[in-house]
Design a protein around this ligand. Sequence first.
Ligand SMILES: C[S@@+](CC[C@H](N)C(=O)[O-])C[C@H]1O[C@@H](n2cnc3c(N)ncnc32)[C@H](O)[C@@H]1O
Length: 212
Amino acid sequence: MADEQIRFDDGAAYEDFMGRWSLVAGNAFLDWLSPAPGLRWVDVGCGNGAFTELLVRRCQAADVQGIDPSEEQLAFARERLAGAPASFAVGDAMALPWADGRFDAAVMALVIFFVPEPARGIAEMVRVIRPHGTFFVRDLLRPENDEQVRHFVNTYAAGANAHQQAMFDASLRAALTLEEVRALVVPLGFAEDTVLQTSDRHWTWMATRSSL
Ligand SMILES: C[S@@+](CC[C@H](N)C(=O)[O-])C[C@H]1O[C@@H](n2cnc3c(N)ncnc32)[C@H](O)[C@@H]1O
């Protein structure tokens, strides 16, 4: 599903380009969400740990386990969170290395369109959350046409270099629509309205195991 040109496998380069956006978006998301402190989180596709750091510092997570296929991204994450209650492992969203019900909450931010079988990735995330635990998946929303893509690139990546703008353009085009995300979660028993458009260019799926 993802364009093979879109790669985020260098933690420092990711920080330079996406870090500040991830921080702004992550903070706004947590303002809205206000999760309880002391939870055990899994951060699927944690990348260089930008959002993981917010979970530790802002949400006083008891434990965060991050997983990502990119060792380079994880090296950056380990360094930024040295000494914090956070661990990082190489792995894939489609085959999480944890027992059923291991976590209180799960997050997957800006990852789903990289996952070759997104339905498997979502099902895995559901599997490792305890009853009444919570899931948050957040990502870009695919624009309806070229004009909208250009508008978002010009609006939100105006100061970025040409390569970064091309990555953002490709990411927007590879993103899912609301209908496509709903088609992933409804077969697992979640209601359609657990998937919402939450900004002009993002959707969020927020659900708990009790909504099953
Ligand atoms: C745009 S970055 C998002 C990183 C982080 N979640 C954030 O919000 O800053 C996408 C991440 O997805 C990871 N990724 C790619 N394929 C994956 C897969 N099959 N399972 C889990 N993560 C994957 C990439 O290595 C990359 O770190």
